[in-house]
Design a protein around this ligand. Structure first.
Ligand SMILES: [Zn+2]
Length: 160
């Protein structure tokens, strides 16, 4: 008999399923998105589950949430393999793979504490260009300093 392992956790009615998160990173994704934000964000976190595409992966299911493009970009920085599934009335209406933007503003801070974008009296928005996806390297457009995945995790208070 075929058992649908995806039904280990019940389907969500309206919300977002963040799938194909690199194994062990579900809690990082939740932290970076500031979830849950309230009672409406009923959540299921599935960690170290097997996948046909990846050996092991994490999944986060959140009810009552549709991500902004900024939030999708945040996810791309720490979970570049993730796919975002928008669910409405139990049906996946949209599915997209996250993509690390070649250029972006804001979202994270430059790793250089003396960078103009980190000075309180300045109003320069951090701007980055993508140098490398794997390993993740971003270059600040003001000071040229590289920012790495570890720097981003540290900014969000994630230990590794
Ligand atoms: Zn900088």
């Amino acid at each position: 008999m075929e058992v649908d392992k995806e039904l280990l956790v019940r389907k969500i009615k309206d919300g977002t399923v963040i799938d194909h998160i690199p194994a062990g990173n579900a809690l990082n994704v939740i932290k970076i998105l500031g979830l849950p934000r309230g009672k409406e964000n009923r959540m299921a976190i599935i960690m170290y589950t097997s996948s046909s595409k990846m050996k092991l992966k994490d999944i986060v299911k959140v009810e009552g949430l549709e991500l902004t493009s900024r939030e999708v970009n945040m996810i791309s920085l720490i979970a570049p393999t993730a796919t975002i599934n928008i669910v409405r009335n139990y049906v996946v209406v949209k599915k997209e793979r996250v993509k690390i933007p070649d250029y972006f503003e804001g979202i994270i801070k430059c790793s250089n504490p003396n960078c103009v974008s980190n000075l309180e009296r300045e109003t320069a928005i951090p701007k980055f260009r993508l140098v490398s996806k794997k390993p993740l390297i971003l270059r600040c457009l003001y000071c040229e300093r590289h920012t790495y995945r570890e720097d981003i995790l540290r900014q969000f208070g994630i230990g590794r």
